[in-house]
Unconditional design. Structure first.
Length: 397
């Protein structure tokens, strides 16, 4: 009886509290794990802030110092996200510090905002609307009068220059964010020496400039210059942007590994290998693949990785088909030949250089070029894509 009493006492004072504490610990771990999963699930990898932080900081620094820059990348959604981040009201204080209140952002998407018959005066009136709204209550100020003179004179270069000089004197800077800049070539009254020359002059004549221009293109400067070569002057209008241009290529391997280590805790090593190899380290592709894989886990697929591979293959095929249809003929040919493991180093140096900058190919130690993304490399054997490529290649000859 004494032994039984002692055992009961031991259970009450020691064993039960221990078991209770252990239970609480396990519950706590489970709750924390669920929290991490929900946190990652609700906040999927965003290429704007995950993988493109350095690019955004660099662009912001150029805006702060009154410089202009360009973003070159094949994926429109990625360019959109970066331009959106630069003007995001919640991020401005972090990006621009004490200059935040003196910056006026004017976003323009050429595809959706600029009509085919848009005149130069209409273009400038549209992009100056945020500025006009800012000074609407200052009707007696020299700045407001400078804008009125500009408007009354159809936004000619002479009066635009005076307006920006006054803007500089008053400490303002217009940040003009133009997406799909290359589509200006398809606007009859904007594909013009006077227009491109005026835009260049206004953005580059003053240091720091009251006009900070950030353009986003889905093609290289060389391709853009091909589009304006038939203009009377045919000048390389964007060469003042070339030194500050940002190519949206791949991430360094170390950064990819660090990010994967801090990603969804459900991801296995096999998941990490798939994400890394199939995307070739390109943040935009990585975001797509990670979102698909997280959805597979959320849907409690029996084999989430196998399910994700099937869906990502479909999306990658659509993306590659679009790229091959959009790319210039020689870009397309160079990429296809690299996918076929052919030596193209001597015939396509310029194209390979641009494809490398944008993260589609890489050069191995033996000098041979290779497609970075394993899923793109595999897709190049797809019959439909082969037909698209062949049509492109036939058109060359």
């Amino acid at each position: 009886m004494i032994e039984a009493s002692k055992m009961l006492e031991y259970s009450i004072y020691f064993l039960l509290p221990f078991l209770a504490g252990l239970t609480v610990l396990f519950i706590g771990i489970a709750i924390y794990r669920i929290y991490l999963i929900k946190k990652v699930t609700k906040s999927p990898f965003n290429p704007t802030f995950k993988g493109r932080e350095n690019e955004i900081r660099r662009l912001a620094m150029q805006i702060r110092t009154g410089q202009s820059s360009a973003i070159i990348g094949a994926f429109g959604n990625e360019r959109d996200a970066i331009l959106g981040a630069l003007r995001d009201p919640e991020q401005r204080a972090t990006l621009y510090g004490d200059q935040t209140d003196r910056l006026i952002f004017s976003p323009l998407d050429v595809q959706s905002d600029v009509k085919k018959d848009c005149s130069q005066a209409q273009f400038w009136e549209y992009i100056l609307e945020p500025f006009k709204a800012k000074i609407a209550d200052e009707t007696d100020s020299p700045l407001f009068k400078a804008y009125q003179f500009c408007q009354e004179n159809n936004f000619s270069h002479r009066y635009l220059d005076k307006l920006f000089v006054q803007m500089k004197q008053d400490g303002w800077r217009l940040v003009l964010l133009i997406n799909r800049f290359e589509e200006l070539l398809a606007r009859e009254f904007l594909n013009d020496d006077a227009f491109f020359g005026s835009l260049r002059s206004l953005a580059s004549s003053y240091h720091p400039s009251p006009l900070s221009l950030v353009i986003a293109l889905n093609e290289s400067f060389k391709q853009f210059y091909q589009g304006v070569k038939d203009l009377p002057k045919g000048s390389p209008y964007l060469n003042f942007l070339e030194s500050g241009a940002i190519n949206l290529g791949t991430l360094p391997e170390k950064e990819i590994d660090e990010f994967l280590e801090n990603s969804d805790p459900r991801f296995t090593q096999a998941d990490h290998n798939f994400l890394k190899e199939s995307t070739g380290g390109h943040p935009y592709l990585l975001q797509k693949a990670m979102t698909i894989l997280m959805d597979a886990y959320n849907n409690q697929e029996v084999k989430p990785l196998d399910s994700a591979k099937v869906i990502f293959l479909e999306e990658a095929e659509n993306m590659l088909t679009s790229l091959l249809q959009f790319w210039p003929k020689r870009f397309c040919e160079a990429f296809v030949l690299v996918g076929q493991n052919q030596d193209v180093s001597d015939d396509f140096k310029g194209e390979l250089n641009e494809l490398n900058k944008q993260g589609f190919v890489k050069q191995q130690e033996n000098g041979q070029w290779q497609v970075r993304s394993s899923i793109f490399a595999d897709l190049l054997s797809n019959k439909t894509l082969q037909e698209i490529c062949q049509n492109k290649l036939n058109a060359i000859h």
